[in-house]
Write a protein that binds this ligand. Structure first.
Ligand code: ARG
Length: 286
């Protein structure tokens, strides 16, 4: 009997394998590419896992639900642009702010994109990407309010969204046990309460406050800024140690900043390039 050359053997073995595969799955299309691939070819990569993104979509213009119930906004556009560049799929899941960090911890979400300020305290329990947006706290009051600076809020009832950086600064000013800090599930709820007179002021992120004031002229609000508020930066959070996703996000973010995509997204919501600093009050139209 003639010995088969290695090549011939591999070919024969390959054909047998292909035959088996065809027989096993009965689908020629699936087996066909294998016949062309060399015997040593690695198996095709498994289908990419969809990255589940948690967001508290009650934070216009950053993350919100439109009339159709779709989750949209600046943060969403930035994540989608990054995902496109980096070649992964994302799925946004509306997640209440109060449980959002826990959902990451538990592995229910792979990342959080929710205008989250990067803070030292949060860095202890999660990893952050490079910043994607600059922000600061801003005070909203009724047009006729005498409030002119942050300190003026000391004896007043102040609304905040629970567990936000706004909550932190107000709690610090009014005192840990102050009953004048009124905490709400969402920032719009706090602003509604200001409208109805239940609180005297609201402290929240500038972009969101300006958006609300601009879009709700009937509420008759004005904004008050104060140098006491330190600059904040939004980042995307991943579970501590998830360097694989973190690196993809940072790389994608750098790319969309470099190629102008980020500027386009920014301009769509704020009407000017980020270099123009503070969000224009004229923007924010839906
Ligand atoms: N930037 C603030 C913080 O990190 C508020 C973010 C709230 N985001 C939201 N989608 N509700 O504390």
């Amino acid at each position: 009997m003639k010995l088969l050359s290695t090549r011939a053997f591999l070919k024969t073995a390959g054909l047998i394998t292909v035959g088996l595969v065809i027989a096993a799955c009965g689908k020629k299309e699936e087996a066909a590419p294998a016949a062309q691939a060399p015997a040593s070819a690695p198996p095709p990569p498994p289908p990419a896992k969809v990255v589940v993104v948690g967001t508290d979509a009650a934070y216009a213009p950053f993350e919100l639900q439109n009339e159709k119930g779709e989750i949209v906004g600046l943060t969403i556009d930035v994540v989608n642009a990054i995902a496109k560049k980096a070649g992964f799929e994302v799925k946004f899941v509306n997640t209440p702010w109060e449980g959002i960090f826990n959902s990451l911890q538990q592995g229910d979400r792979d990342m959080l994109a929710s205008s989250i300020t990067i803070t030292d305290e949060r860095k202890q329990t999660m990893d952050f990407t490079n910043p994607y947006f600059d922000a600061f706290q801003l005070i909203a009051v009724k047009e006729n309010s005498k409030v002119a600076k942050f300190d003026d809020l000391k004896k007043l009832k102040v609304g905040v969204q629970t567990g936000t950086t706004g909550d932190e600064v107000v709690t610090k000013l009014l005192g840990k046990n102050s009953t004048n800090v009124k905490r709400f599930e969402s920032t719009p709820l706090a602003l509604k309460e200001l409208e109805s007179g239940g609180v005297d002021a609201v402290v929240a992120d500038n972009g969101v406050v300006i958006n609300y004031v601009t879009n709700n002229p009937a509420a008759k609000f004005k904004t008050v800024s104060d140098k006491a508020f330190v600059p904040e930066q939004y980042g995307f959070a991943v579970k501590k140690g998830n360097t694989e996703l973190l690196e993809k996000l940072n790389k994608g973010l750098a790319e969309i900043k470099a190629d102008g995509t980020y500027d386009q997204i920014y301009a769509k919501y704020f009407g000017a390039a980020p270099a123009a600093a503070a969000p224009a009050a004229s923007a924010a139209s839906k």
